[in-house]
Design a protein around this ligand. Structure first.
Ligand code: AMP
Length: 201
């Protein structure tokens, strides 16, 4: 069964995802990482004939730099390709998708169409704890969209405004379990593993 991980930026979701993939053989789909790859092509892409207009990479980059969700069609195309390119026997760990209700509806539709079942886990953390963790991560990893507190706050606001309703819907559907994200990496990981075993993911 597939797994969808939720958590505000700074919740340790990425770290947990990597460990889960290594131990349980999930293939990770990291929405933000895939989009950053597309954005990295921004300067290398050919422009329109008259040199005007923005390329896909530039468009994606501008949304990431602003801390806003990239347009629906772009992200859903990337996710759909990722799902279709993997054999059904390969479990997938989704990290950073779906992030709003429109994405959720389309994600559910694609997953049902290809016959993939999934469970969801949210790693919970308050906004302040998340902001503090990201600011210290920016110093280590040098991510531009992590270094600016205003951008971080915008990403947090997007999470509470757009992604929390998705989490609510999956709760109602009985697909969601929460893990307290305040512990050490090890403690959170133990909590996550317990859920996987209980839910037989
Ligand atoms: P993350 O690495 O998850 O913090 O994502 C970094 C940035 O990528 C976000 O601030 C968004 O601009 C973009 N992004 C990541 N996932 C999505 C998504 N599911 N839909 C739209 N934009 C996304």
């Amino acid at each position: 069964m597939d797994l969808v991980l939720f958590g505000i930026q700074g919740s340790g979701k990425g770290t947990q995802a990597k460990r889960l993939c290594a131990e349980f053989g999930f293939d990770q789909f990291e929405a933000g990482g895939e989009l950053r790859k597309i954005a990295a092509f921004a300067s290398a892409e050919p422009k329109g004939e008259d040199g005007s207009g923005s390329t896909l990479g530039e468009t994606v980059k501008s949304y990431i730099d602003d801390g806003k969700l990239v347009p629906f069609d772009i992200i859903m195309q990337v996710v759909k390709e990722a799902i279709l390119s993997r054999p059904k026997t390969q479990k997938i760990l989704f990290d950073g998708i779906p992030r709003d209700l429109d994405q959720m509806r389309e994600f559910d539709r694609i997953m049902a169409e290809v016959g993939r079942d999934f469970r969801c886990i949210e790693i919970t953390l308050t906004e302040e704890e998340g902001v503090q963790r990201i600011l210290s991560r920016a110093k280590i990893e040098g991510r531009k969209d992590d270094a600016d507190e205003a951008t971080i706050r915008r990403r947090m606001a997007t999470f509470f405004e757009k992604t929390k309703p998705v989490i609510g819907q999956y709760k109602v559907a009985g697909k969601m379990t929460e893990v307290d994200g305040r512990g050490t990496v090890e403690e959170v990981y133990e909590g996550v593993k317990e859920i996987l075993q209980k839910e037989r993911v």
